[in-house]
Design a protein around this ligand. Sequence first.
Ligand SMILES: [Zn+2]
Length: 370
Amino acid sequence: MRYARQRVLPEIGDAGQAALAAARILVVGAGGLGSPALLYLSAAGAGLKDSGGCLGIIDDDTVDLSNLQRQILFTESDQGLGKANTAAQRLQQLNSTTDLQIFDTRLSTDNILEIFAGFDIIVDGSDNFDTKYLINDAAVHLGLPVVYGSILGLEGQATVFWAKEGPCYRCLYPQPPETHIPNCAEAGTLGGIAGMIGSMQAVEACKLALGLDHCRSHDLDPLIGQLFVADARNWQTQTLAVEKRADCPVCSLPANQVRLPRAQAQTCASTPAAMSLNDLQGLFESGIPFVLLDVREPQEWATGHLEGALHIPLGRLLVAPEALDALNRQEPLVVYCQHGMRSARAVSYLREQGFDAFNLIVDWSQLHEQ
Ligand SMILES: [Zn+2]
């Protein structure tokens, strides 16, 4: 009775339900993405006791008032409590038959292989680049699929990285960005967007739990090699093909030769590739020719942009190599967007392509006042 509404689906049925129960799924981070992912996976009967399955939660953080806006596992009375154990209590109320594995710790190079070894599917709900690269490299090493999700302001992304079947995270972004990328605390987000992406991650994890053969015979298509991108400003969505790179620094290696990265301290806007408005003023006054590049969407560009800037939206820049033809490689490129996230991505891509690119970090609200 409990799972009747999904067992009735021809894509799931009794065989699919049994596969879900036997699935061993680890959700990294019980935050904005992990909350809906864990709730839907537990509700769907993924990782049940006595079925060989389990649902893992790893998080070393405690619940803060500012988390409640999007981390729907938690309530006001949970403030100050550890997220992993509190999430487990909440999930136990929802489904007492879920076999919950609790890791009240932070993933690190030293513990990740041991923790991942107990699971078949990893759901990445982490919120920082060091962890995302660590998860990727460990998953490639162990041959595990990673259901990836990320939210950047009002934009969300989801895909499945699985080196055995398609690209890995480093096929898309070979190295961590050199510039500081704002996190949720700095850039902000709306809870529902985390809810949407986290829910998609739960669905993708379910598909993987059903198995690729089951998926193929039921017209289910996991997001392997496809990056879903949604922009809540206007609900424009795209699904971009992500190719496996023959020169990927990680998944082109034999799995047993993949070495895990050592954590690096997050560096802030002082990195050479970041530029302030004052730096830009200095560059302007120096008389050195440079190109100002706006990577926002057309409708953002239309509402106003910096004088003399060139406009190439990030999506086009990343997928259309001919977009680079318009740029002079001899001149420094100063890239900007709204919050510094899309431009940071553009800068790391342009640097890979041999451009001398910089990320202009601007507090636009201040600029308007000036
Ligand atoms: Zn790769």
